[in-house]
Design a protein around this ligand. Structure first.
Ligand code: ATR
Length: 276
């Protein structure tokens, strides 16, 4: 990497941010696409978020990704919010224009693109999905599934949260995943359950059949993904969604569509880094 006086600055703000894989592949994109820019992690605690945004603006940083726990709080600090992000209620990408900050959500696009890669030929006219979780990530996933005409059932440990979400994004809340598991083709985990391999399962994973398609938005191999593999189900981890949300952010910042070979290279590098 060769930095010059003209090198432009991009990054990610989160708390914590040490484990982020975005610097790895965003810098690969910048370098391979010959953009004189660098992408760095910024650890910003919630009480410093406002100052950090002002600072990024003052330093003429061109764009940042926004991750946990700032995806919702940052809405208050920007000038324009893209229509999709408004409905989802969270943003993960900021673009600093001359005197304005534009906010976008690319998580839903990342999820949608990853899912279309997993299920390229959707033949089912009335596809049904079960979404586990009702947090910030669940909102983006639900939004994408709605765009793809899925009928969605949602399960969350705290039912009130699922009910609130279902009112806003028009889904059905279930008391137990087991109640609808035989009706759905797709199961998506958006909770943090499985991050730790000893986490107890969200439901009885023995109810999963070979025909189910399993997506877990956690990057690493969770017990749910292990089960899917064991059964020979089609499955996908969160790595694809992660890369594709980044591809979309990159396009917003630079106007460049990352070529497929580079996306594949990013997937290989990120897979390697996340397994270390
Ligand atoms: P994110 O932005 O990543 O979605 P979040 O908004 O904190 O993070 O949401 C975390 C999700 O994981 C929620 O659906 C949460 O369930 P609750 O609403 O009941 O808290 C779910 N979750 C986290 N730990 C869980 C656990 N041990 N069992 C079941 N669900 C869990």
């Amino acid at each position: 990497m060769r930095l010059t006086g003209k090198t432009q600055l991009y990054g990610i703000i989160g708390y914590p941010v040490k484990h982020s894989l975005s610097p790895l592949f965003q810098n690969l994109f910048f370098q391979s696409c010959n953009v004189d820019a660098v992408y760095v992690p910024f650890e910003v605690s919630p009480e410093n978020l406002k100052d950090a945004i002002r600072g990024l603006k003052a330093l003429k940083v061109k764009g940042v990704n926004v991750t946990i726990p700032h995806k919702e709080a940052v809405l208050e600090l920007v000038d324009h919010i893209d229509e999709h992000a408004k409905v989802i209620g969270a943003v993960n990408t900021l673009k600093f224009a001359e005197n304005e900050i534009h906010a976008f959500n690319t998580d839903w696009i990342g999820f949608k693109r990853a899912l279309l890669e997993l299920i390229p030929n959707q033949t089912d006219k009335n596809p049904k999905a079960l979404v586990l979780g009702a947090g910030g990530s669940s909102r983006a996933v639900l939004y994408a599934l709605k765009e793809l005409n899925y009928q969605v059932y949602i399960y969350n440990r705290t039912k009130e949260r699922a009910l609130k979400l279902s009112q806003e994004l028009k889904t059905q809340v279930v008391d137990r995943p087991e109640d609808v598991i035989d009706k759905v083709k797709l199961i998506v985990n958006t909770t943090s359950v499985g991050l730790n391999p000893t986490d107890p399962p969200i439901f009885d994973y023995d109810r999963i059949s070979t025909n189910h398609i399993i997506v877990d938005i956690i990057y690493r191999e969770t017990p749910l993904i292990k089960k899917a593999k064991q059964l020979g189900c089609k499955y996908q981890t969160g790595l694809e969604m992660l890369i594709y949300q980044g591809v979309e952010s990159f396009k917003i910042w630079t106007g460049i569509e990352v070529p497929q070979e580079l996306i594949d290279q990013a997937k290989r590098e990120v897979t390697l880094a996340s397994s270390l």
